[in-house]
Design a protein around this ligand. Structure first.
Ligand code: GCO
Length: 252
């Protein structure tokens, strides 16, 4: 028996038109899952789906804005109308970098909604389906900022810290119903969201020195943790966070 086999499982990955979300969708598909791509841009999802189908994977696209409650209700209903759902990966998120004294309420709400509230909305709509079956997986994509602060990203840090505690709250409510809720905390990865950082030689030098592995991560390196937390291998793992950070959190 392969504990990590996702054959027969169907997974919704939010924000999977590119970046980490698409890497995770590809990884779950490579381990047998049927994947449902989500994002706000249907055209971007279609490009991603075409790539994955060309690689031989079963892919659906369900575009909806995870920050819009009505869109989430309708979008999740559409996903569930398409069949059983076994895995939800709350990946969608944004980054806005500015000093806290310059943070407007609009920016604060934009970041908190995209990175925290959206995970609650989508999970609230998916959970009854998982609980009715008595099994399922929810994986929240956290951050190093669930544990550490860094200047100029206070809203993101607050949101990702909240997402760690929301992961534990979901565990408290849903574990007895056979649903395992856990998190993945990426370190610094070469993603679209981090392009400004990757273009900053001083920052990349600092991160490479601060990270024991001495390098940035590739989004494909998050797949192992995602497959583990999406598979039978994690059936007694609840409320935990797997940090995939090259050791950054482990050392000063
Ligand atoms: C930043 C980055 C980080 C990373 C990641 C680290 O501005 O420092 O965007 O937040 O994206 O979240 O775990």
């Amino acid at each position: 028996m392969n504990l990590f086999d996702l054959t027969g499982k169907r997974a919704l990955i939010t924000g999977s038109g590119g970046g980490i979300g698409l890497a995770l969708a590809r990884g779950l598909a490579e381990h047998g899952a049927q994947v449902v791509l989500n994002g706000r841009d249907p055209a971007r999802l279609d490009v991603a789906a075409t790539q994955l189908r060309a690689e031989g994977h079963a892919v659906e696209t369900v575009p909806f804005d995870v920050t819009d409650e009505a869109a989430v209700i309708a979008g999740v209903a559409q996903v569930l109308a398409g069949g059983e759902l076994h895995i939800l990966i709350n990946n969608a998120g944004i980054q806005r970098r500015t000093p806290l004294t310059d943070v407007t309420l609009e920016l604060w709400n934009e970041v908190l909604t995209a990175n925290l509230t959206a995970a609650m909305l989508v999970s609230r709509e998916v959970a009854p389906h998982l609980l009715a079956r008595g099994s399922g997986k929810v994986v929240n994509i956290l951050s190093l900022m669930s544990e550490l602060g860094r200047k100029t990203i206070a809203p993101y840090t607050a949101a990702k810290g909240g997402l760690k505690m929301l992961t534990r709250a979901m565990c408290a409510e849903w574990a007895a119903g056979g649903v395992q809720v856990n998190g993945i905390g990426p370190g610094y990865f070469t993603t679209e969201m981090n392009q400004a950082l990757l273009a900053d030689a001083a920052f990349t030098t600092w991160i490479e020195a601060r990270t024991p592995a001495g390098r940035w991560g590739d989004p494909s390196e998050l797949v192992g943790a995602a497959v583990f937390l999406s598979s039978e291998a994690s059936n007694f793992v609840n409320g935990q966070v797997v940090y995939v950070d090259g050791g950054l959190l482990a050392v000063l």
